[in-house]
Ligand binder design. Structure first.
Ligand code: UD1
Length: 342
């Protein structure tokens, strides 16, 4: 039987690259569009090395509708997974326009191509950030979407609304996956999180501190109303998250969706504090990390973690990798990357 062909936008990025590997492992053919604005071309070779398959790669900026449409022509993509987006919360506060134009504009172009080229549907890369600061934990899919805490968060809320409208009007079934905090790396150590410049996110900052690229990790606040005073997040291994995408693709391909638009939390269901993450990293990798407690970071929420019952049941998926595995794989990736880089 002919393999189903999945177009992955942003497929050379952190979550995109891991998802491509898992898609190929599950028997899908993968094509990638990426404009390399926040990713590296060598990741393509690495995905091919891990999976042993050749990938069709298009270096295109999706903001260019004509180029994007020409890439869709005659390819008969069965589905699109749309990752390509800007993702820095901090940057979005400084350049909100860039975030609205890029994240919403790109989605609109993808939807136009899905419609005109008769692609079957879409899996969208959303985020738990759509919930804002929730009143009740854990958050379920029926928790209200509170005020967005940043332009980045707002783009995710708006994109979800656009997709809901689109998939209902055009009967193109779509699934949004609301990720919690993806961390860790592929077991091969060949792909992982690759931030440009100083990392915003906790785990790359930890690994870069451990390798000596950064002096000290700053822990942003220990005066929150949590078990040890530091904020709580639902960290999820990026390979578990990639597997959730394959489950969503399977659901769409097998015509199992009950509604034209579905959305799921993708987290482990367990919240860990910043200090617990640091302790896990130190213990599993036998490293003493240099860190200090500083003031709170603007825009940070206190606690969020998922109720993942719906995704586990409906997508027939489970997060199986624990925090230690996340920290171990993140460290292997950092070390291996620096060996190959030097
Ligand atoms: C946020 C968004 C997430 C988005 C991600 C993209 C929420 C709830 N989550 O994640 O949807 O995909 O940004 O960037 O809005 N920390 C430190 N020191 C550091 C870095 C982080 O103490 O140097 C702490 C933060 O205060 C936070 C935790 O580590 O408590 C996790 O932070 P981070 O990795 O940046 O992710 P979020 O801000 O939770």
């Amino acid at each position: 039987m002919k393999k189903r062909n999945i177009l992955v936008t942003g497929g050379l990025g952190y979550i995109g690259s891991h998802t491509c590997v898992e898609l190929i492992k599950s028997g899908y053919e993968v094509s990638i569009i990426d404009n390399l604005v926040n990713s590296e071309r060598f990741i393509l070779d690495r995905i091919e090395k891990i999976s042993g398959e050749k990938i069709n790669f298009y270096e295109i900026d999706i903001k260019d509708l004509d180029e994007t449409r020409s890439c869709f022509k005659n390819k008969n993509f069965d589905l699109v997974i749309h990752f390509a987006a800007l993702k820095s919360v901090n940057e979005s506060v400084i350049f909100p326009d860039r975030y609205y134009r890029n994240n919403i504009g790109s989605l609109e172009n993808i939807l136009k191509c899905i419609e005109s080229e008769d692609v079957g549907g879409l899996v969208f890369s959303s985020s738990c950030t759509v919930y804002g600061q929730p009143d009740i934990l854990p958050v379920t899919e029926s928790s209200p979407l509170k005020k967005a805490e940043s332009p980045y968060a707002e783009t995710k809320q708006i994109c979800e609304k656009i997709i809901k409208e689109f998939s209902t009007i055009n009967t193109k079934p779509s699934i949004s996956l609301r990720y919690f905090n993806p961390v860790g790396a592929h077991e091969s150590g060949l792909i992982g999180e690759l931030p440009r410049g100083v990392p915003d996110n906790l785990v790359p900052f930890i690994t870069q501190t451990a390798i000596g690229k950064r002096d000290k990790l700053k822990v942003f606040g220990d005066d929150y109303n949590t078990k040890d005073g530091t904020p709580i997040r639902d960290y999820i291994h990026v390979v578990d998250l990639a597997e959730a995408h394959v489950s969503a693709v399977d659901r769409l391909i097998n015509d199992e969706t009950k509604d034209n638009y579905e959305f799921y939390n993708v987290g482990t269901g367990t919240g860990y504090s910043v200090l617990e993450v640091i302790k896990s990293f130190e213990r599993i990798n036998k490293i003493k990390l240099s860190y200090e407690i500083v003031g709170r970071r603007e825009g940070d929420i206190e606690s969020i973690y998922s109720d993942n019952k719906l995704s586990s049941k409906t997508l027939n998926w489970r997060a199986i990798r624990d925090l230690d595995q996340m920290m171990k794989s993140a460290w292997i990736w950092e070390k291996k990357f620096n060996e190959s880089d030097s």
